[in-house]
Design a protein around this ligand. Structure first.
Ligand SMILES: Nc1ncnc2c1ncn2[C@@H]1O[C@H](COP(=O)(O)OP(=O)(O)O)[C@@H](O)[C@H]1O
Ligand code: SF4
Ligand SMILES: [Mg+2]
Length: 340
């Protein structure tokens, strides 16, 4: 197990106050969320759209919008980022914590060459770096991120790169600042399957070479299982199941994880005719928000295992009987055998 701990979230709670007409609503986007991440560890977060994956990870570098209320603690090397002054926190963002997103093209100025983008980024860490040294370093980083002809490619503008190439550039920019933690929020969702696999392999090799920690988010449980050491399965702003990847993917304990696996195409077989089983319930494909979920288990309206108590009581995280170390689920009725 990789050690020591780099990041530890404790009882993170994020809610949004939104005005609809005259009425003020509170959306509980993330509830009582705790996890730790070791140096060199890859943690996957999986769950359908709206389950709270992005909000959880945007809270870490303080990227949430102003209408977000955040409580709990986010310890980075033992220091609580939620208590840090804004100026110091800015120095963590980018330098220690890098982020890549689903649509990499959006984060670039279309009129800026990549050489300029790298120069500005490298000057954040080393204001005295010359243009020539910055270009040489940038070309090496591009090649490390799998883009050939780094020197020539630096002269190009964002529209001259494919989605996969822009994702590689985003990774190279994170490396330019020697980031220790890379948060990858659906980085491969807009890419085709072959490129997806290449980006996943690149991230795995960077973890091996540089010992960076990665949080990899996707709605695709097979992809998350392929890259991660451990997985958190989220629904309705809660961690529903947590444990080692191979166990989550082969013997899930939680009804929601089992449903996600049944609904998912197997990695690399996206073009097969395998039939997908949708998760049944009133809102297939879109989980209820924390706002709608009341006091009970948020999965209750869609859960085949649900009893009457499920809509009334929120299950606490617990280790199922006979489960391997590190496996925890939130469920009132699935304490026993895994699903296979
Ligand atoms: N800025 C915001 N204002 C209000 N609600 C938000 C905001 N951002 C996210 N939410 C809500 O928080 C919940 C979790 O969203 P998110 O973390 O983006 O889900 P996902 O798992 O798809 O990344 C959703 O119900 C979403 O509508
Ligand atoms: S607590 Fe009840 S509704 Fe929730 S997952 Fe378990 S059985 Fe299903
Ligand atoms: Mg998201």
């Amino acid at each position: 197990m990789p050690d020591p701990t780099l990041l530890a979230l404790r009882n993170l709670h994020v809610s949004f106050r939104i005005l609809r007409g005259e009425e003020l609503f509170t959306i509980q986007a993330v509830r009582n969320l705790s996890f730790s991440l070791g140096r060199g560890e890859i943690l996957g977060i999986v769950g359908e759209s709206g389950s709270g994956k992005s909000v959880t990870t945007q809270a870490i570098p303080a990227l949430l919008p102003a209408n977000a209320e955040v409580s709990g603690a986010i310890y980075y090397e033992g220091r609580d980022l939620l208590k840090m002054e804004a100026a110091e926190l800015r120095s963590y963002r980018g330098r220690k914590i890098g982020m890549i997103f689903q649509e990499p093209g959006r984060s670039y100025d279309p009129l800026q060459s990549m050489e300029r983008v790298f120069l500005e980024t490298l000057r954040c860490g080393d204001p005295a770096i010359s243009r020539k040294d910055a270009s040489e370093k940038a070309a090496r980083l591009l090649e490390e991120a799998g883009l050939d002809n780094g020197r020539e490619r630096l002269l190009n503008f964002p529209h001259q790169f494919s989605g996969g190439q822009l994702q590689r550039i985003g990774i190279a920019l994170a490396l330019a600042q020697d980031c220790e933690l890379l948060i990858a929020d659906e980085p491969t969702t807009a890419l085709d399957v072959t490129i997806q696999k290449q980006i996943v392999d690149l991230l795995k090799s960077l973890r091996r070479k540089r010992n960076i920690s990665i949080i990899f988010i996707s709605h695709d449980i097979d992809l998350v299982a392929d890259i991660s050491d451990r997985i958190l399965v989220m629904y309705g702003g809660l961690i529903m199941e947590a444990g080692p990847s191979e166990l989550i993917a082969s013997a899930p304990r939680h009804p929601y994880t089992a449903a996600l696996l049944r609904a998912s195409p197997r990695l690399g077989s996206h073009y097969s005719r395998e039939r997908l089983v949708p998760i049944p319930g009133p809102a297939p494909g879109s989980p209820v928000t924390g706002r709608d979920s009341g006091e009970g288990c948020p999965f209750a309206p869609r859960c085949a295992e649900a009893g009457e108590d499920c809509a009334l009581n929120l299950p606490a995280p617990s280790a199922p009987e006979g489960a391997a170390e590190g496996v925890e689920i939130r469920c009132l009725h699935r304490g026993g055998e895994p699903w296979r």
